[in-house]
Design a protein around this ligand. Sequence first.
Ligand SMILES: Cc1cc2nc3c(=O)[nH]c(=O)nc-3n(C[C@H](O)[C@H](O)[C@H](O)COP(=O)(O)O)c2cc1C
Length: 371
Amino acid sequence: MADEMNQKQEEEQPIPLLTPHQMGRFQLSHRIVLAPLTRMRSYENVPQPHDVLYYSQRATNGGLLIAEATGVSDTAQGFPHTPGIWTKEQVEAWKPIVHAVHLKGGIFFCQIWHVGRVSNYGLQPNGQAPISSTDKPISSTDSYQHSPPRRLKTEEIPHIVNDFKLAAINAIEAGFDGVEIHGAHGYLIDQFLKDQVNDRTDEYGGSLENRCRFALEIVDAISNAVGGDRVGIRLSPFANYCDSGDSNPQALGLYMAEALNNYGLAYCHMVEPRMKTIGEKFHCDDSLLPMRNAFKGTFIAAGGYDREEGNKVVAENRVDLVAFGRLFLANPDLPKRFELNSPLNKYNRETFYSPDPVVGYTDYPFLETDS
Ligand SMILES: Cc1cc2nc3c(=O)[nH]c(=O)nc-3n(C[C@H](O)[C@H](O)[C@H](O)COP(=O)(O)O)c2cc1C
């Protein structure tokens, strides 16, 4: 009898990931966020009709979705068929996708990025060199060929900040509820933040304050343009993807978390230290807790989470929201599955980035809840 009562009590406990959270002006009904996921199905950098189904499949009433990394200008691309938001055509193409998410009550932020040196001549206008904080090429090799970058001149930097600002304005014009500035994973902003990459001698290099200047100028410009409560930022101080390590990631993460308090942002989104590269989880004793405690707004963590660990970190108040990447990619109804503690579909790496508009994209099955 006592056992039965205990079990009943356990069943009646709210599932931490499924409790509501007020994120500034947005009332979220649960804490399971769709992490930004590049899917390379936006042919010629234009979002496609098949994205309507993909995103609306993952939308829930009061759930936060973050769209895949979306280019801020014609120099921002590092991979084929990634979407942009710098042309009128792209803005128009995003509108039905955003509308479909809103019809289901979802809250939709657009992740905006510039890849900087994680690019090559073939992806740049007129075959020019990719831009960066540095002229040092990426030394590590992967399946993409990276061309040596051109170091941005100091006086060019305000133009790039402005590109981010215009992209954010465009995202709001497309209907998005806000933007997430992609400051993670070794792309342009991270190339300024990290001392393994940034070898500048002007006011954008050297000290921690100088290396963070570019990121904070972007945050400032976008917050002024669309309102800080419609802006989030993603950072990965501990990651070293594309040679983007830092000698003191704790200090970097903490400096940014504190500086971000000045802008009244919707959220700060950090990638767990154990994700040294995208998609690989390592054992790591570092923690995001000091940054979570320093940042006075909604804090999202991502990287290697499952239902159990997500519930744990929410219950312990170590995070407000948890972003799920691969699990949400393969389980369009992830919040429902977490609610019912149902088995999950397995993701298929082979189709993460393949251009097919259906296979590995919108054909992951939903739970059959009728049976
Ligand atoms: C296919 C794929 C695409 C990704 N694209 C992006 C992206 O566009 N922007 C970004 O910030 N992170 C991107 N990531 C990283 C994820 O957002 C997430 O941080 C990572 O998958 C770890 O979370 P997980 O263990 O829940 O999958 C990508 C990851 C995968 C697997």
